[in-house]
Structures are given as structure tokens and as C-alpha cells.
Write a protein that binds this ligand. Structure first.
Ligand SMILES: [Zn+2]
Length: 362
């Protein structure tokens, strides 16, 4: 069947101020599988899955804050009223996939063990501090701090993290786990570490639907926080091998096998191009900037994907796995420093999207 839009708010622009490439809302994909789809798949514009199981439902991921989780639940009301949510599955530990968990704290929440270990890698109050601090940093024209401040406050602007309390899944698994709810089987497949430490795919064989989480970004630059890349590409090939009729990515529109192949092509291209620059002793930032600004990159379709500056994060992760001696700040400070480098590159790309992250002239 063709996906059918059911309900959702009317928005003329996306959360980040872009023209929507598809309509936001809850879609019925197959008789019992649904997806809450948020255009265009940029920062926090996360897709959520919902599977109806004869009077109960399974939710796959929650939103970045409570407001957007409630908005999603409002659109899903016709389904969840007749089939209340019984189980929540988190595909990974990024906040935009699990920070709405607290609305389901009395339900069973499942994730990989590695995802559970990573649940607290970022604190909601740190992001609130960055939201506020970012506005101040915008006026500090040194070491790219002004770019960083503008980038972070624009990225977080649609969200309210103030009431978020991270709610851990109680059920961990490794490798593979089958969950059967009223006779409907969901197969949870651990494919991380790759995008994060604890990535999982959720496959519903009877509906021929797979919820890919952030293994798949469509029309949006993919991110590899953890790696190694071999795991991430193996996950993408596993996703293709399922031959599901519907692939719901973590971000962006519903995916075809060609779209998944394009992500594999991106990773092959990024790896090859960055490795040449690694061998020429460029730092990850220099390599990413040199590549993204090059005519070679600009001639590819990847240059039109949202947030091309994520090449900086990808370069850092690849370099780490290549054994490069990096002098990065530890932990969260290191992540923030990579974001600062991403911000500098973002503002060197006047045509890249989302535009709201670049209405700024350092
Ligand atoms: Zn993610």
C-alpha cells in the first residue's frame, strides 16, 4: 500500500525554517505499521515508529523534548487510544531518539545494553546551558566561538530541554531479541557500534517494515559518532538484505534501496577522500574543510544534503579508528570542540541547509 498521511500539524516551514520536502505527520505505512515523519530530517527532526499489535502498540523512539513527544502522541491518538502503547524501543542513545522516554516510565523500555550505557552521555541541562550560553558566545569573535554560539543556539532553538529527565530503558539486550506482542513479532537487531555505541534496527517481518534509526539519514548528511565505519556499512548492507517494503530512516523521508545505497556511497567517498588527506598530515578539521569546499565534493549529490559540515565529526571518528594521535579535549568538551569546528565550516558554506544555521556572518 502507499503510505497514507493521517494527522499532524500544518506547518509552512520546518522547525529550522526550511520549505518542507514532505508533509509532517503520522503516516500509515502498512495495515499495522505507522511512522511519525518530521521534515526535513535536520537537527532533532526525528522520525518515530509505531506498530499496532491487536489492541496494544509498540513505540520506536521518542522525541528530543516533552513538547514534541506530546505533539507526536496527539497525532497518534486514533491509534494509541484503541491500542495503548505497551512497549517503547530506543534505537540508540542520542537525545532526539529517547529524551521523551519519561512520558513512558511506567511502560517497558527496551534498548541494547550498549545504548543503555550511553544514555547519560549528554545531560539535558548542558544543552539548556548551551542554548543560553550560545547567545552570549555569538558576541565573542575569537577561535570560532561566535560561530559555535550561533550554530548551537540555532540548532537548539526549537526545543525545550528544561523538563527532561533521562529515563533509562530497563530491558537491555545484545545481538538480537524477538519481541512478540499479541502475536505480532518485532525483531530487534543490534548493529552498533557505528552511528553511536548501541545502534539497533527494528524489523517487523509481517508488515515488511524496518525502522532503521540513525543508521539511515535520507537527504541529510549521516553522522558517525562511534564507528568503526565497517560496522556502519555492514549495518546498511544488513538493512538492504532485509528487502523490506518500507524503510523508515531516523531522519528524512521514507527510504528506497537506492537511497540506502547512496549512504553507502557517501561513506566510501568520505573514507577514501579523507584518508588521502590524513596521509598528507592534515588534521581532521583541515581534511573535512578541504574536502567539503573542494570542487570534487561540490559536484556530488552529497553537497546538497542537509548539514554537509558533519564531515568534520566523521573525519574525527575515522581518524581515531585510523590510529591518529589527536589532541582533543576529553569527553563532552571534546564533542563541543568538534561542534565548534563544524560551525566554522557551516558558515563557510553559504548554500548549505538548514539556512537558519547560517544567517550569520562571522
Ligand atoms: Zn542519532
Amino acid at each position: 500500500m502507499t503510505p497514507q498521511w493521517i494527522a499532524g500539524p500544518d506547518c509552512s516551514l520546518t522547525r529550522h525554517g526550511e520549505i518542507p520536502r514532505f508533509r509532517q505527520g503520522l503516516y500509515r505505512l502498512t495495515p499495522n505499521a505507522y511512522a511519525w515523519m518530521v521534515p526535513n530530517g535536520s537537527w532533532g527532526e526525528t522520525n518515530i515508529g509505531l506498530v499496532e499489535c491487536n489492541g496494544k502498540s509498540v513505540l520506536i523512539d521518542t522525541c528530543w523534548d516533552l513538547h514534541f513527544t506530546r505533539q507526536m502522541l496527539g497525532a497518534a491518538a486514533p491509534v494509541v487510544q484503541r491500542s495503548p502503547i505497551d512497549i517503547v524501543i530506543n534505537t540508540h542513545a542520542d537525545g532526539d531518539h529517547c529524551w521523551g522516554n519519561q512520558l513512558f516510565r511506567d511502560r517497558e523500555i527496551i534498548a541494547t545494553q550498549a545504548c543503555i550505557h550511553q544514555m547519560h552521555h549528554m545531560a539535558p541541562r548542558s544543552l539548556t546551558a548551551l542554548q543560553k550560553g550560545g547567545k552570549i558566545l555569538r558576541h565573542l569573535p575569537a577561535a570560532g566561538l561566535d560561530c559555535f554560539g550561533h550554530y548551537m543556539s540555532a540548532m537548539f532553538q526549537p526545543y525545550d530541554f528544561s523538563g527532561v529527565r533521562i529515563t533509562d530503558p530497563q530491558q537491555g539486550f545484545c545481538h538480537e531479541k524477538c519481541v512478540t506482542v499479541n502475536g505480532v513479532e518485532l525483531v530487534l537487531m543490534e548493529v552498533g557500534p557505528g552511528h553511536t555505541d548501541g545502534d539497533a534496527l527494528v524489523y517487523v517481518p509481517a508488515e515488511s517494515v524496518v525502522y532503521a534509526g540513525d543508521i539511515a539519514f535520507i537527504g541529510v548528511t549521516p553522522v558517525m559518532w562511534s564507528g568503526p565505519l565497517d560496522n556502519l556499512t555492514a549495518a546498511l548492507r544488513k538493512l538492504l538484505a532485509l528487502k523490506a517494503g518500507m524503510i523508515v530512516p531516523g531522519h528524512g523521508p521514507l527510504a528506497s534501496p537506492t537511497d540506502i545505497q547512496a549512504i553507502l556511497d557517501y561513506w566510501e567517498f568520505a573514507q577514501e577522500q579523507l584518508h588521502a588527506r590524513f596521509q598528507s598530515d592534515l588534521t581532521p578539521f583541515e581534511a573535512a574543510r578541504d574536502l567539503v569546499l573542494s570542487p570534487t565534493f561540490q559536484a556530488t549529490a552529497f553537497a546538497r544534503w542537509d548539514s554537509p559540515e558533519r564531515m568534520v565529526t566523521n573525519a574525527h571518528t575515522l581518524y581515531r579508528h585510523w590510529g591518529a594521535r589527536l589532541f582533543n579535549l576529553p569527553g563532552k568538551l571534546g564533542i563541543m570542540d568538534i561542534m565548534r569546528q563544524q560551525a566554522i565550516l557551516a558558515f563557510a558554506l553559504p548554500e548549505a541547509t538548514p539556512r537558519r544555521l547560517r544567517h550569520f556572518h562571522p
